[in-house]
Write a protein that binds this ligand. Sequence first.
Ligand code: FE
Ligand code: CA
Length: 537
Amino acid sequence: MTPSRVPGPEVTRPAVSRRRFLGITAGVGLAAASARFDRGVGPLLVRAGDQPALPARPFTLGIASGDPLPDGVVLWTRLAPDPQAVGGGMPAPPVSVRWEVAHDEAFRRIVKRGAATAEPDAAHSVHVDARGLGAGRDYFYRFRVGDFESDIGRTRTAPAADASPSRARFAFASCQSYQDGYYGAHRHLAAEEDLAAVLWLGDYIYEGGVSPSAVRQHEGPEILDLEAYRRRYATYKSDSELQAAHLAHPWIVTWDDHEVDNNYADDLAQRDDQNPADFLARRAAAYRAWWEHQPVRLPAPTGPDYKIYRRSSFGDLLTVHTLDTRQYRTNQPCGSSVDIGVPCADVDAEDATLLGAEQRRWFFDGLIDSTARWDLVAQQVMMAPVSFAPEPANPVINLDQWDGYRHERGAVIKALAVEPRNPVVLTGDIHSSWVHDLDAETSDASGTRTETVATELVGTSISSEFPFSEVVTVAIGSQPTVKYFEGTRHGYVVGDLTRQELRADFRYVSSTATPDVVVETGASFVVEDRKPGAQEA
Ligand code: FE
Ligand code: CA
């Protein structure tokens, strides 16, 4: 094992994009040359005479698609002519938003069209579940309000349930602290990758206040109520690189802690001195704002309890199990409210959980029922045992990840080990890149090996900093289940799946200090069919 290994560069530049058509400059580009947006078809939920005039172009936060099915996809936008103003600068009444889906980018071959109502209590967001589409196909979509037209997005439906696709490509990414850097990774993800979906593993926003010394600043202090969470999403979603990544691909989105509060566990705030009742009110606001800003096929949340774990299938090749390891978890063990600590007996507590009983049952049932060649588990915190200390005899672990919840991890590993299956766990959270063998017995990080039953790929952050790079580089040398570690670079991972193998390419940007970057593939690993554990490609 050679940690921090960076093979020869495979440099590509977004400037030579195949997908340059996805211009993100407002109101220009191919939209101007395309067929006119239809004005006369589709139910007008708000009658034309009642439609309030908008003060400016309302598509400042972009458009998005997500949760692809064989016959449909969710189309999202939020109207916000003045994104940082209360209510996004929208007049109070509901507004009718027209949408179109076409085979072609010029919108000459329209497939579906309709109208949705942007309601003020949903921050004038819309979630259109566009159905009746063909399986496994690319589509283009756009929105219109009055004379204002959105940019044009590309999306793709999932293959038919009974299809046997020979290949699927996806990317996974997480952790885009706005103040830590720019999103050159998203620009490249949009311009250079041909994907069935982007799997977002959490930390879409960060809840903290302004860092004056950062490369760019949050709009205000730590966010606690609905209006503040909406403004924070408006800050993030105003980023043109992020908008480009949504324009180019459908996303399947889950959350981690920073969508609410760092290291929260169920109703327990960690960083802030909030009692559970106040924290649950905050959680309800945060969950509501999350739904308002994501292209998800989920009902609007009405309180602090909100089920987002779900499954996505891509024919018989791939099933994605998307988990939520925050909402139902028991508190971090060993009295710690920080991440890194010395393990105590609590890490083996039988009632400690990251999933909660109901989600765990749903997850295990789904694994048993799955007939897919590959089962991807899209989740948040690192599952493999890892000591962050250079001395193997004196382990120091991350109590916020599965190392703090070892009993439940054992049950998950058993569930993943059931044949015939290729389980691959996808992880975010830790702002660094790792590849792990998941062994049948994972009770310690001492180096004792047992049978490898699954693989874990941990993707680095889009922009968020990893503070422990040098410590960990020293520490992992003696940990043989760790196949790869890289702790200084940012980007995302592309997974290229065939029936024979999963190839994972770790894409790294040259910088987060500027959005103008080059990207190289810093490492590649392969997991072969029915052969758990990754090998260097
Ligand atoms: Fe993060
Ligand atoms: Ca955290």
